[in-house]
Ligand binder design. Sequence first.
Ligand code: GDP
Ligand code: MG
Length: 597
Amino acid sequence: MNMQKIRNFCIIAHIDHGKSTLADRLLQFTNTVTEREMQNQLLDSMDLERERGITIKSHAIQMKFPYKGEEYTLNLIDTPGHVDFSYEVSRSIAACEGALLIVDASQGIEAQTISNLYLAIGHDLEIIPVLNKIDLPGAQPEVVAEEVMEMIGCSREDIILASGKEGIGIEDILNAVVNRVPAPKGDEEAPLQAMIFDSVYNPFRGVEVLFRIFNGTINKGDKIKFVNTGKEYEADEIGVLGFQQKPQKQLQAGNVGYLISGIKVAKEVKVGDTITHVKRPCSATVQGFENVKPMVFAGIYPVETTDFEELRASMEKLQLNDASLVWEPETSAALGFGFRCGFLGMLHMEIIQERLEREFDMTVITTVPSVQFRALMNDDNYKLVNAPSDMPDPNLFKHIEEPYVKAAIITAADYVGPVIQLCMDKRGQIKNQVYLTSDRVELTFDMPLVEIVFDFFDKLKTISRGYASLDYELIDFKQSHMVRLDVMLNGEPVDALSAIVHRDKAYEWGKRLCEKLKELVPRQMFEIAIQAAIGTKVIARETVKALRKNVLAKCYGGDISRKRKLLDKQKKGKKRMRQVGNVEVPQEAFMAVLKLD
Ligand code: GDP
Ligand code: MG
C-alpha cells in the first residue's frame, strides 16, 4: 500500500465531550459500518464501558475515504479517557501522526484534555481542534475557540465546528485528516519494527495484538519476536480492523493492524513492546516502553469464606484479559483467605470489583485501598509497604516515604479558593496558578497520592459544583510521618480496617472512622465497642448499643408471608456481612474510610 495514502490519527477528548459519538459518525460517513451495526456504540463494546461512557480498552478501526479521486486509508486509534490508563494513551498517541482534539463547546478544555494534548504535542502530532456539540443551546464556540487558540497556538480557521449528534462537520473533519495529518514515514524494506499499542482478549482466538508498523513488512506466517518479553511466535493471522477483522497476507510500514498468534494470556503482551522478525531483527526498539506498575492496592475477599477457590479461579480468568491487574494470595485474621490486588487506580479497582460481580457472579469484600509506601530500614534497605500489615515495627526503620503526584486541576475562577483549601487539607502544596481564560484557571499542586485515592475526586466535584477536572502523574517519593491506625471491635483487632495515615491526621481519622462505623455496624444482642488505636494507644472510641427488641416481635400474630418477607430482607442484608469475632460487619464498613465526612 502506498504510504502517502495512509493517515493514522487518534482522538483526544475529555470524558463526555463526545468522542464515541463523533467516532461513530466518522465510521458511518465512510460506510465502514452500516446503520444497523451502528446501533450500539461501536468503539465502546463492553457493557461496563458503555454505562460509564468511558472507553477503557483502546481499539483501532480502519476507514476508506475517497478524496479528490483517490482513496485514502484512515486508521483511527481509540484512546482510553481516564487518568488510570494514561500509559495506554501515550502508546496510542505514539502510533499516530495526528490527533483530533475534541472539546465540548459548552464546557471548554478540561484537565484530562490538556495532559493528553501535551502528550500529543510531545510526540509531534498534528493537532486538529474540533469544537463539538455546537447544537447545544449553551454552546459558546467563540469563547472556547479563544481558549483553544491560546492553548495550542492555532488560528481561528484551523478550528472545525461540529456536532456528533446532528452530524455537523463530519466531512470537514475527514478532509482535515487527509489534508493536515502527515502521511506516515518509514522504510518497507528495512527490518520489521512495529509497536504494540493495545491488545484485546478473545477467549476463543487468544489475545489479539494491535500494532503500528514503523518500518519493514510483516507477512502471514512470519516468525516474529516481542523484544521486551523476548518471546517468539508465528504470525498465524494478520489483518486490519474494519467493523470486523479483515485478514491480510501482508502489512507494511505506516499501517496499523492486528496479529493473532495463539497467545492465551494478556500478560505476555506488553503495550509499548516492539515486534520484529526473529531472522532479521531491527536494531532499535520503539522508544517509550514501560512496564506499567499498579498505583493502588487493596484486599479482595469472598463474602463466604468457602468461595475462596472460586474467587481464585475468577481472578485468574480476569487476569487473562487484564494485564494490568496484579494479585497475590493474602490472609487476614478478620476476613480469612483472599487476595492482595494492585490496580492502576481507583477506577480500575472499581471496574475489577464490578466485573467480578457481573461476569463471575462473585460477591466480594474490598478492603481499604492503599498506595505503595516504602520504609527505609535501619540497614538502609527499602521495604515496600503495600498493605497496613506490611508496615514494619517502628523500631526497625528510619523513616517512611510516600508517593507524590503532580496534580493539575482546572476549575472556574469562582471556585479557586475552595479548591486550594481542599488541596491544602489534603496535604497538597500549590505550585502554579494559570488563567486559561478570564474565567478558567489551571492550578497545579504537589500532593500525596494516598490523599487522592481517598475520596478526593468526589470532594473536588462537590465543592466546584461539578466544574473541576483533575489529572495527575506520579513524580516522586517523599519522606512522611505515616503511622498505622488499627481498629478494634470488642477488643478484637480487625486487620482489614487498618490503614496507613499521616500522623497529623491520625486522630481526626480515628475519630471519624469510629463514628462512621457506629452508623454502619448493626446493633446486635450485646454492646459493641469500636476503638481506633496507634500501636497500643487508643485514640478514639464509640459504642454500638445492644439491641433490645426482637425485630420479629412486631410481626407477632401478623400474616406469615409478611414475616417471611422480613426474614428474606434480613438475609439479603446479610449478603455482605462478615463475622469478625462475635461482631457482624457489613461490606460498607470496610470502605467507610473513603467516606469519612
Ligand atoms: P465520550 O465520553 O467522549 O465518548 O462521549 P460520548 O460520545 O459518549 O457522549 C457523551 C454524551 O454527550 C452522550 O450523552 C451523547 O449523547 C452526548 N453528545 C455527544 N455528542 C453530542 C453533540 O454533538 N451534541 C449534543 N447535544 N450531545 C452530544
Ligand atoms: Mg466514549
